[in-house]
Design a protein around this ligand. Structure first.
Ligand code: TXA
Ligand code: MG
Length: 339
């Protein structure tokens, strides 16, 4: 299959909408990461997404809408709180899980009775959904297991020959995937942290952060969100998160690094002599924006092992930590407790 890379003009978006209406898959930009979209109601189209990504069939897809009025046809029950959160955070990087309507096929929901709905803010994503006149099921547009793409070029590297169309809408601004939450006891439980932070949600309702956000699921434990089970976002290099001051970090890396090892730093001022590095930003928003691209750059450089400085867990930093923790396969060295 030939993969066409298109700009995000009205003409190109119409073309991509036609692709989706005809039961095929199109990649498109969102403010979080790029998505791999198909008609959420069309089983055979949705199967093509799973095939293109090599995604396990039990991992459900998020359904994207371009207007709150589309919620009714996709869900069997919408909690009052969902409307409140929608008013505050939609369009934007928030996915809410609700009981699904019968119209959503089981392939789309990974066999679950619920569906995650998101109204993205990226103008090209919104226009594509409008033009297709359909809810669009879309996971991140990477091969299953590799870091989510935040540019059309990275989508092309993973999806060339696998899908007919990629819309280029520039760099994703947030850089990590949406916050995924479900409703419980009048409040919400965060299953995956993202651009809408626990602090932001706490202004509206009671918020619980699922323990699986910051720690490894015990073998055999049930995952509230199937995506939590899988090793994710992993570059080819092994990643080790190193928690501690810049000074302790430098000391530890100097002692441990071998040829082929790299540092993943906040900024250049922390460079450790003789060891190559990539920076991913000195505040949480920048780290979120840069993390996946930095992980892909480390692969291009052929890094064998990466010593990553540990992000702060506040605000969107919780999402950064959640992703890098999975990239590291939960390998964290804490220099503060070892001291
Ligand atoms: O920002 C995003 O959410 C991006 C863009 C394209 O919108 N999409 C995205 O999709 O990250 P994906 O498929 O890569 O991640 C969706 C996550 C998975 O971990 C999945 O298990 C979880 O959301 N999820 C989806 N539907 C769910 C449901 N009904 N119940 C529990 N977890 C669900
Ligand atoms: Mg994904």
């Amino acid at each position: 299959m030939i993969t066409e890379l298109l700009d995000c003009s009205e003409k190109s978006l119409k073309k991509a909408a036609d692709v989706i209406k005809s039961g095929e898959v199109a990649a498109f930009p969102t403010e979080t990461v790029y998505g791999l979209g198909a008609n959420a109601f069309d089983e055979s189209a949705v199967r093509k997404i799973f095939a293109a990504k090599g995604r396990p069939a039990d991992n459900p897809l998020i359904v994207h809408i371009s207007d709150i009025s589309m919620l009714k046809g996709l869900t069997s029950e919408v909690p009052e709180l969902a409307y409140k959160l929608a008013e505050k955070f939609w369009p934007g990087p928030l996915t809410m899980i609700m009981p699904k309507s019968e119209k959503i096929p089981s392939v789309t929901s990974g066999g679950l009775s619920t569906v995650g709905i998101r109204f993205p803010s990226h103008p090209a994503a919104r226009r594509l959904i409008e033009l297709s006149g359909l809810p669009i099921a879309a996971p991140s547009a990477n091969l299953s297991g590799s870091p989510s793409p935040t540019t059309a070029r990275r989508v092309y590297e993973d999806m060339n020959g696998r899908i007919p169309v990629i819309i280029d809408g520039g760099e994703s601004s947030v850089g990590v995937e949406s916050t995924v939450l479900c409703f419980e006891n009048g409040g919400v439980r965060i299953l995956r942290p993202g651009g809408v932070t626990p602090e932001m949600l706490s202004e509206i309702c009671r918020v619980t952060v699922d323990p699986a956000v910051t720690s490894e699921l015990k073998p055999g434990a049930a995952a509230m969100s199937p995506g939590m089970k899988y090793k994710h976002y992993a570059p080819k290099a092994s990643v080790e998160i190193v928690r501690g001051s810049a000074e302790k970090y430098a000391e530890y890396v100097l002692k441990s690094a071998k040829a082929g090892d790299w540092c993943l730093l906040f900024d250049t001022s922390e460079a450790v002599e003789g060891i190559p590095y990539i920076c991913y930003g000195s505040d949480s928003r920048e780290q979120a924006h840069r993390l996946f691209e930095a992980l892909r750059e480390l692969d291009v450089k052929g890094a064998k092992h990466v010593f990553a400085r540990c992000p702060e867990l506040k605000g969107v930093g919780l999402a950064v930590y959640n992703r890098i923790l999975r990239a590291a396969g939960f390998n964290v060295t804490d220099l503060e407790v070892q001291a």
